[in-house]
Ligand binder design. Sequence first.
Ligand SMILES: CC(C)(COP(=O)(O)OP(=O)(O)OC[C@H]1O[C@@H](n2cnc3c(N)ncnc32)[C@H](O)[C@@H]1OP(=O)(O)O)[C@@H](O)C(=O)NCCC(=O)NCCS
Length: 225
Amino acid sequence: MSLNNGDILIHSFQPNDIPQCLNITRGVYAKYCPEDGYVEKVFATDMADIEKNYLNIKGGHWWVARTMVDNTVVGQVGIQPLSVGNQKCYQAELANPHYLHIHPDQICELRRMAVIPAYQKQRVGFKLLHTLIEFAQSNDYKAIHLTTLGTMTSACKFYARCGFTKGKVEQYVVAESKNGDTKVKYLKSTVFEHSSSLTEDDVRLYSLPISESKRLYVQHYWMLL
Ligand SMILES: CC(C)(COP(=O)(O)OP(=O)(O)OC[C@H]1O[C@@H](n2cnc3c(N)ncnc32)[C@H](O)[C@@H]1OP(=O)(O)O)[C@@H](O)C(=O)NCCC(=O)NCCS
């Protein structure tokens, strides 16, 4: 679907946007990490109540991208303080040298960024990100942190193009299924402080579908504001 100038409106989440936001998220995880139960976890946690978990917290928000052509939601992004979004990461990032001059509460997390495939590569993601950066700056955040997967190649290219720096990579290994359990489970294996420290084998496996690589690579990105 090709867009013209002015076809996309970015606005704050409204309660009746929820079915479309859930659909967008379902589509992303069905493609990138099927059968591991992650989407169910997302729907039971932060996306169970977007108003409570994003709009009603200090320094949090959620936007949707709406096409004026047929009034549907075609993209979304959320922001939370890192201490809320990813507490484990928050603790770990306190020691991160590129955040040393920043109070940890001035780091936010970009979450659930997605644009539906038919509208990708037409600057919808960029408009969502631009809105998020303006919000982050006016809320006195000094850095944006996010995690994505090595298999999410469009996202990796997008974040690099938009000025994010690659941080550490967490490697998880797919666990053997037990007692006929069909749900994919991961075991944390190695943390590479930077993607340049990945082994040759990891570089090869990094962006392959999880069903082939039997690995999950969580790629961290950050940007100072
Ligand atoms: C990542 C994503 C949100 C980007 O949204 P988008 O609307 O397609 O991105 P934009 O059109 O705004 O692109 C902005 C810039 O990134 C670059 N970019 C975006 N997708 C790209 C791709 N697949 N390959 C190369 N460059 C890409 C564009 O070239 C553009 O720069 P330019 O216009 O100056 O050349 C979208 O691809 C997506 O939803 N992917 C699947 C879900 C996902 O992986 N989400 C991330 C979860 S962390």
